[in-house]
Every structure is written in C-alpha cells, then in structure tokens.
Design a protein around this ligand. Structure first.
Ligand SMILES: Cc1cc2nc3c(=O)[nH]c(=O)nc-3n(C[C@H](O)[C@H](O)[C@H](O)COP(=O)(O)OP(=O)(O)OC[C@H]3O[C@@H](n4cnc5c(N)ncnc54)[C@H](O)[C@@H]3O)c2cc1C
Length: 383
C-alpha cells in the first residue's frame, strides 16, 4: 500500500516518518515496511536515552495486566507472535535473536510473596480463562532447577514466558527494516512537527522530513513531541540497573524475573525500579542488592565474576501501561510507547503497523489511549 506523500523534495518522500529508532520505533518501522510503506526513521544520537540498549531481554507475560486484563491479552498476543517475528528476522537479517520460550519462574523467598503471587495469577486466570500457571513448592522448583538455593521456598511458573538477546533484536530490526527499504537517519533529532492539510512536516536538527503519517516512537522524547500533533504522552523515566557476569557453563535453562543466562553464557542480574528522574548512573548499594538477591537464588554464583553493569531509563506512563493513540485533531499522527518493548516487539511489528496503515485498531488497544489520564492530569509530574 502506498500513500500520497506531500514531499517537496524527492529525497524526503515517505509514507510514514517514525520518530525514534529504539525497539519500539524499529519494530513499528519494520512492520510498516512489511505492509509496503515507504518509511523514514529519525533517531537521535548516542547522547539520547535508550532503554533499548540497556534492558533485561525478557519476553515476559506472567503477572502482567493485574488490574487491567487487556494488557495481559495484548502482551500474550505478542508472545504468541514472537516465533513468527524471530523467524522472519532471521530470514531477512541473517541474525538469530536467540528467542527461547520455555516458560519462566518467579522465585519467592517467604510465604507472603508466595501467597501474593498465587492471588495475582489466579485473578488473571479467572479473568482471562486460558492462562496456564503453576505454584510450585521448594522441592518442585528444585526438581526443575537443581541449582536453586535453600532461601527459595517456592515459585510461580508459567509456560508463557521467554527471553531473547535484546541487542541482537535491535540489530536484526535495523538490518531487516533497511533491507526492506526503510531509510534510517541517525543522529537526527526531531525538534518540531508541523501538521499540514495532507500530512506532516518533521523539522529535525539537520533536515526536514515530509510524510502522510507520523509515528511518535521516541521513548522519553515522546512527551515533548506529542503536543505538536494534538497527542498526549505523559511518560517519565524509571531507572533500572543491571549486572552481567562472565560466561559460565549453561545451567539455567529458564528465564527468571531477576536472573537469566544469556545465549552467550553470561548471567544477567536485574533489575531495580527507581524514580530518580533523568539520572542513568549506577549506584553501588542498588547493584549490591541485585547481586545479593541473585546469590540468594543461586548460591553457586557467589564466586562468579561480574564484568559489566549499567543503568538505563524505562519509559513509564503514569499507570505503567502503554500508550497507543491516533490524534483526533490531526489524524495520521500516532503515538506508540510502552515499558516492555522487548515483549511487545512482535505486536508492534505485526499488529500495530497494520493499524497505522489503515487496518482496524486491534481490539485490545482502545484501553491504552492517553485519554485515560485526563482526570488525573494534576497528579502527573512534569519532567
Ligand atoms: C533496566 C531495564 C530492563 C528492562 N527489561 C525489559 C525486559 O526484560 N523486557 C521488556 O519487554 N522490556 C524491558 N525493558 C523495557 C524496554 O527496554 C523498553 O520498553 C524499550 O526499550 C523501549 O523502547 P523505545 O524504543 O520506546 O525507547 P528507547 O529505547 O528509549 O528509544 C527511543 C529512541 O528515540 C530516540 N529519540 C528520542 N527523542 C527523539 C527525537 N526528538 N528525535 C529523534 N529521535 C529521538 C532516542 O535517541 C532513542 O534511540 C527494560 C528497560 C530497562 C531500562
């Protein structure tokens, strides 16, 4: 499908300009290209905040959507499409993103945690029907993961969870979308968007980009861009810190919420949730807590060497759920933003992109309009 572009100069002709080249923008751009659109992606330079380069790599379902079951449905619809995405990326980019979906464990260290977990998952199961999960006692956990330490008194397990290599995912999306003709303009910060009669002009630091549609997928940058096109994206940063060990022989064949073994053999320990504004520095006490929790779960790891650590900023809406909207004032302008861009990559490529190109909005999405925040406007902190 090709839309009429209002481009004044041919090199800036596109059906859609996507602002942001992280996991969200790249998944959407890749999906748009699959739909046949001519796409330009603008991505700020390395000085920008990039959750996509600092995350934990889980394709995680269990527990999500407690209090808002459409989110559970939406996340699951992405997880079930993930094998299709991984296969397509491997074929089109030559990159295996190391998707594994063996199910995931959430370890509990006391009875209260175990009871809370059961309550959460049984509520979701009652609401959703098809929502497989098991509560396991210590012996049952150890039967599946013998290396678990005595501090773990039980766990929840669902077969719905998995993980990928998130850096390979970003590279695969960039490679595959460009192979399909997407133009990626790096080191280009969109500063202003001008709605016009038949499209949009995006004014960047280095150039001007015209298209019939514009998608705001700039993570934390969406907040400033949204008002130009009558949208609202009240997102704020939430810091997460992560530790990575040297490579060890494979022993952990399931992802868990706080420890996973990557396809390359290293262990990743995560991840904190901190409201500290636009500060993406690491702190020793938080990293020490993360390491302690990891060793409590797996005492055998106490002597493993840690080789890397980092912090990155999540893109958080006031209630933590995603925002998907098309502007009522300026149809053709969309915002797509969430805090689980790895998990939702398949939904963004395979369900959100067709909607942007004119297919009906996926049934789960009306719940995620930013209009839900209107009544609480005064409670949202400004950053
Ligand atoms: C510690 C941590 C652990 C996480 N773990 C998981 C996990 O296990 N599973 C999961 O699903 N998710 C996880 N996430 C969340 C996931 O990483 C994010 O949801 C995802 O990366 C968001 O992608 P994004 O493209 O919206 O944002 P970003 O990665 O922040 O990308 C936004 C891009 O837009 C660019 N940009 C900003 N403003 C402009 C502008 N004006 N013009 C042009 N470009 C602009 C930026 O430079 C950046 O490249 C985690 C996040 C963190 C921080």
């Amino acid at each position: 499908m090709t839309l009429t572009s209002t481009a004044a100069s041919p090199d800036m002709l596109a059906d859609v300009v996507v602002i942001g080249g992280g996991l969200v923008g790249s998944a959407v751009a890749y999906g748009l290209a699959r739909e046949g659109a001519r796409v330009t992606v603008l991505d700020e330079d390395d000085g920008g905040f990039r959750a996509s380069r600092g995350n934990f790599g889980l394709v995680w379902i269990q527990g999500k959507g407690y209090g808002l079951s459409p989110y559970a449905r939406w996340s699951r619809s992405s997880a079930t499409r993930w094998p299709q995405l991984a296969l397509a990326l491997r074929d089109e980019s030559g990159i295996d993103v190391a998707l594994k979906q063996p199910g995931g464990f959430h370890f509990c260290f006391n009875d209260e945690e175990l009871a809370e977990r059961d309550k959460r998952l049984s509520t979701l199961q009652a609401e959703l029907g098809d929502y497989p999960y098991q509560m396991l006692d210590a012996a049952e956990v150890r039967a599946r993961i013998p290396q678990v330490g005595p501090a773990v008194i039980g766990a929840s397990y669902t077969p719905m969870d998995g993980h990928v290599n998130p850096l390979k995912l970003l590279r695969a999306l960039h490679t595959a979308m460009q192979a399909r003709g997407v133009r990626l303009v790096s080191s280009e910060r969109a500063q202003r968007i001008e709605p016009q009669a038949h499209g949009f002009v995006v004014h960047g630091k280095r150039g001007t980009y015209r298209a019939a549609k514009v998608v705001l997928a700039a993570g934390l940058g969406n907040r400033a861009l949204a008002p130009f096109v009558g949208l609202d994206a009240p997102v704020a940063p939430n810091r997460g810190q992560v530790l990575v060990s040297e490579r060890v022989a494979p022993f952990l064949h399931y992802p868990t919420l706080n420890v996973r073994q990557t396809d390359e053999g290293s262990l990743q320990f995560g991840d904190s949730m901190e409201e500290v504004g636009f500060d993406d520095f690491t702190t020793t006490h938080v990293l020490a807590d993360i390491a302690r929790r990891g060793v409590r779960a797996f005492p055998m790891l106490q002597h493993v060497r840690l080789v890397r650590m980092w912090a990155a900023l999540r893109v958080y809406s006031p209630d933590g759920f995603p925002i998907y909207d098309q502007s009522q004032a300026h149809p053709g302008a969309f915002v797509v933003t969430c805090h689980s861009g790895v998990t939702l990559a398949a939904a963004h490529a395979l369900r959100v992109a067709p909607w942007i190109m004119g297919a009906p909005m996926p049934g789960e999405l009306p719940t995620f309009s930013a209009r839900r925040f209107e009544h609480a406007r005064e409670l949202i902190p400004a950053h």
